[in-house]
Design a protein. Sequence first.
Length: 319
Amino acid sequence: MRILITGAAGFLGSHLCDHLLADGHHVIGMDNFITGSPDNIAHLANNERFEFYKRDVSNYIFVPGKVDAILHFASPASPNPQSKSGYFNLPIQTMKAGALGTHNCLGIARIQNARFLLASTSEIYGDPEVHPQAETYAGNVDPVGTRAVYDEAKRFAESLTMAYHRFHGVNTSIVRIFNTYGPRMDLEDGRALPNLLKQALLGQPLTVYGDGGQTRSFCFVDDLVDGIVKLLYSDEHLPVNIGNPVEMSILQFAEAINRVTGSKAGIIFEENSRSARDPQRRRPDITRAHELLNWNPNVDLEEGIRRTIPFFKQKLELE
């Protein structure tokens, strides 16, 4: 197939480029580098089955030639208020990527009769009152909260995707992505793994907010991409959770990072200064992914951390 990937220079987008090229497809990458990095796709520059366009998907976009599938992954995603590439500091761009960007990509899919896959997020569940979160759960969200620009952009994108499927017959699919980590993450992303792994590699004590009892489920990027590609190749239209259902507290996560890195600096606890809407529990119900796609994650946390460390050391200039 000839496949368009928006957000191709991002963490997930670049790994998808690699996977789909390895599958033998022709990949068209698109990114405006507002959050993605050219470094993430530099190794593809001489690949004859990869072409790249620097574009903002929120504006009118045109792709010459036939397109068989579109994966819409263009959006700021970092929850770090201090990050220039986080959605707190790019609120309008985030909303536009979810609304106008999704609309533009669906328009191409409709004209080209192409498969369309939307990258959605576990954030659409908000601070969940149901645990674990299944795709049937409608969420506990605040449409005017500080995180709303990202949450609501994705919720609107899902609604628009289903409208195009139901009204225009576009062949669509939606993946709800849970916490993912691995090489090519932005070290200033603001999520737990880059924060804690960076501190461990620099020999600093790991900062845990509150008592560390808040939970997350961490999925290694190779597992996630495998699930996304299986969804792309499927006939499923309704949302599918892709993530690792192994839940742990942030304190347990910090302890695992110290074990793998051999850091002896320990852990310090700070008052929880995070947003009041920061979810306290997060774990996917992946029953549908298993039944529909025959997908399960294979990489355990400590192995995933070991695979991620070389990239972080390179970025931190530690080797």
